[in-house]
Design a protein around this ligand. Structure first.
Ligand code: FES
Length: 144
């Protein structure tokens, strides 16, 4: 991979077919989120964006898998994706699949790798997982 990896989380945060870990990034210049899962021992990651309508997939915060923990399920219209490849298995995703994000586990940490279309947010190093409990960063117009 050409660019250096950016830390997402500790590898131990990804449990086998457990909750996803999300972080913010840019996709083709738009602010988006990505998510990582551990599937059959391997970390995988995709843009959190359904191929049917560009909306987030999780039906509860960080919950991407169906009740059998077998497939990625879109909360909006129920499109079903392979967690191994992001390919559409069934539903309103047509032939399109999820957009993969390159990840690797390095020294007990999950790292993601920017590409020509997937970039870190300019306001941060893009490496921190999204945490909705944190207040938004103070901007130049916030008076802080
Ligand atoms: S938005 Fe995901 S299936 Fe329609």
């Amino acid at each position: 991979m050409a660019e250096a990896g950016l830390r997402v989380c500790a590898s131990s945060d990804l449990l086998e077919r457990g909750l996803g870990v999300q972080w913010d990034l840019r996709y083709c210049g738009m602010d988006e989120r990505a998510f990582a899962l551990r599937i059959d021992g391997k970390a995988v990651a995709y843009l959190n964006r359904c191929a049917h309508v560009p909306t987030e997939l999780d039906w509860q915060p960080n919950e991407f898998l169906d009740s059998d923990r077998r497939y990625i399920l879109c909360a909006v219209h129920g499109a079903v994706y392979s967690p191994h490849t992001g390919a559409c298995v069934m539903g309103r995703c047509g032939r399109a699949g999820l957009i993969p994000v390159a990840v690797a586990e390095v020294n007990g940490e999950l790292h993601w790798y920017p590409s020509s279309t997937l970039q870190p947010l300019p306001a941060s190093n893009g490496a921190l997982p999204h945490d909705p409990r944190l207040p938004p960063a103070a901007g130049p117009d916030s008076g802080a």
